[in-house]
Design a protein around this ligand. Structure first.
Ligand SMILES: Nc1ncnc2c1ncn2[C@@H]1O[C@H](COP(=O)(O)OP(=O)(O)OP(=O)(O)O)[C@@H](O)[C@H]1O
Ligand SMILES: [Mg+2]
Length: 579
């Protein structure tokens, strides 16, 4: 009924939960006093003596005060409930955020970004009822029947004992329902997430779906998924309603039993009218806190199911000991590096590479051979390699994330541009750069004409850079990278969307950069790598050839795929030229 691990999150919320329980208890005690006051008012009214009637105003006064106490307690209990859940939500979101920072950019290998967003938003929100209502109610519903037992026992022990015995029936039902509900809710959450995923994916890919006229089929598939979700939602609701009905039977049945017993005792003369009246009014109070706990329980279960996923995220193993800095040295060395995304399917099989400081090195190979995997290893986006990767002599897995970010700039074909102005996007790489410097890199990547026609550095970029062409996006990303003054640059198909003429211009820039920096170039187009100091040819996760362009071309077709790739591209180029 209580998830002990969730308790570890309530350091700050504890005081609010305790305050909530105390306020509810005070409210209940005020109710007891009010019931006593009413009972005595009835007794004095029917007694009729002058002395008795003179006490009535005091009793009315007491009843009024108890009503005020109840109102105040209820109001502040709601406030404490709000603060309890607020502080837990804040702590939990903080914990998720810190965890992501510690996981670093490799978190995507373990958990999809969409799920992280869903957990940090909706998932945490689901715990609101758990901490704000369920947990305080849990303690209050233990305390309330015991207190009432003492009150009723003073009037009639037998009735008090029987009522107290009936109370545990309620948590027994809750525990029974929990066993069944847990499976159902985990299924419900699974389908909820799946439906959300497909909806988002279909929405994002709507253009493609329209082009291929595949939207109708997707529509049908989503209808099917939605129908499954409807069915499981109905199952959850049916389960909740049924369990609430059972709890109601127990709660009101128990209260009716108390009332019947009180009347019986009155009939047998073992209880006076006042005592009987008080027991009748208080019997329901025995069960109501547990009944309320039961209805909170269903919402809390949802929160508990979400917390399972949150704890899974918080428990992901973290890269350890990343505290080292990068000193001076002669570059990056990979020795016998093996890497797998999933166990059993190795992607890199004992790769040996060297990127000498200040050199221009290229990695080529057919699609899927592992080029980007290497780039992602060097930028900590892939972790968990075996073998050794050193940057200026320091092992990569020991290097601090921030240190690595300052040392290596990674530019890919889809580097992210943020919604905002061109200036804001560029200043990310060098916050203190002046406009002159920004224009200089813009000119280098040949965006000057376009931006001058727009609003210059204040040109606004929409989400996902939707108002830029593919080539413009890549140029701007490149301009930002050029501003970021780091010793190493990795270009991973960074010019794939750019026309050949502009690509040649940008490649000239890359060559210029390689005069002062270490440049690693990953490119499909072999014409781009001709001037490299060294070229590695990768095939299915293994380095199969290496050398300068001229040396590699010298190798025959039988012993090298570089020449084969070169000839193939040359033929295509000539064909393109003829056409
Ligand atoms: N996140 C991932 N999870 C599982 N497998 C992956 C992942 N990323 C890549 N792979 C697999 O690893 C292999 C190497 O992929 P990689 O992206 O390094 O290729 P690449 O050489 O960069 O190809 P391309 O030239 O098409 O960009 C491929 O077989 C690919 O299917
Ligand atoms: Mg790639």
């Amino acid at each position: 009924m209580i998830k002990t691990r969730l308790f570890t999150l309530v350091t700050d919320a504890k005081k609010y939960i305790i305050a909530n329980v105390i306020l509810q208890w005070f409210s209940m005690m005020a109710n007891v006093v009010m019931v006593y006051a009413i009972a005595w008012i009835l007794r004095y009214c029917t007694g009729g003596s002058q002395e008795a009637l003179s006490k009535l105003p005091y009793l009315f006064g007491i009843a009024l005060v108890t009503v005020i106490i109840r109102i105040v307690c209820t109001k502040y209990a709601a406030t404490t409930s709000f603060y309890a859940s607020k502080s837990v939500k804040k702590e939990l979101r903080g914990a998720i955020y810190q965890k992501l920072l510690r996981l670093g950019s490799s978190y995507r290998l373990e958990v999809p970004t969409a799920e992280v967003v869903q957990l940090a938003g909706e998932g945490v929100e689901q715990l609101e009822t758990y901490f704000g209502s369920y947990l305080p109610q849990f303690f209050y519903s233990l305390l309330a029947p015991l207190t009432l037992f003492v009150v009723v026992a003073r009037l009639r022990m037998k009735v008090a004992v029987i009522l107290l015995i009936c109370v545990p029936l309620m948590p027994m039902i809750i525990v029974f329902v929990q066993k069944f509900a847990k499976k159902l809710l985990s299924k419900y959450w699974g389908q909820y997430a799946e439906l959300g995923d497909s909806f988002l994916e279909n929405l994002q890919g709507l253009n493609t779906l329209k082009i291929y006229q595949a939207d109708e089929a997707r529509h049908q598939a989503m209808n099917k998924e939605a129908e499954h979700f409807r069915v499981i939602t109905m199952k959850v609701l049916t389960m909740q309603l049924n369990s609430i009905i059972i709890m109601d039977i127990v709660a009101y049945g128990g209260a009716a039993l108390g009332i019947a017993l009180a009347l019986l005792e009155l009939w047998n003369g073992r209880l006076d009218f006042t005592g009987c009246f008080i027991i009748i009014l208080l019997s329901a109070e025995f069960f109501l806190p547990m009944r309320k706990l039961g209805s909170y329980f269903h919402v809390a279960m949802n929160g508990m199911a979400a917390s399972d996923k949150i704890f899974h995220l918080l428990d992901l193993p973290e890269p350890e000991g990343r505290t080292a800095s990068i000193g001076e040295g002669d570059g990056i060395v990979l020795r016998d590096v093996h890497f797998s995304y999933q166990e059993g399917t190795e992607v890199l099989h004992g790769v040996n590479l060297q990127f000498v400081k200040g050199s221009f090195t290229s990695i080529v190979g057919v699609s899927g051979c592992g080029k980007s995997t290497i780039a992602n290893l060097l930028t900590h986006r892939n972790t968990g390699y075996s073998g050794s990767i050193t940057i200026n002599g320091t092992e990569l897995s020991d290097i601090k994330d921030s240190e690595l970010a300052g040392h290596i700039t990674y530019i890919s074909y889809n580097s992210h541009l943020f919604k905002g102005t061109v200036r804001e996007n560029l200043l990310m790489a060098k916050p203190d750069a002046e406009d002159k410097e920004l224009w200089s890199v813009i000119e280098k990547v040949r965006l000057k004409d376009f931006l001058t026609k727009e609003h210059g550095l204040d040109t606004f970029i929409l989400e996902n850079a939707a108002n830029l062409s593919g080539g413009q996006k890549q140029r701007l990303a490149l301009a930002r990278a050029l501003l970021h003054d780091s010793p190493v640059y990795i270009f991973d198909e960074a010019t794939s969307n750019i026309d050949v003429e502009s690509e040649n211009n940008i490649m000239a820039l890359v060559h210029e950069l390689s005069m002062t920096k270490t440049v690693i170039l990953i490119s499909h187009r072999l014409a781009n790598v001709v001037k490299s100091d060294w070229i590695y040819v990768l095939d299915q996760g293994t380095v199969v050839q290496q050398g300068t362009h001229d040396a590699l071309l010298g190798e025959t077709k039988e012993n090298g795929i570089y020449k084969a790739l070169w000839d193939e591209q040359e033929a295509l180029y000539r064909l393109g030229g003829m056409a």
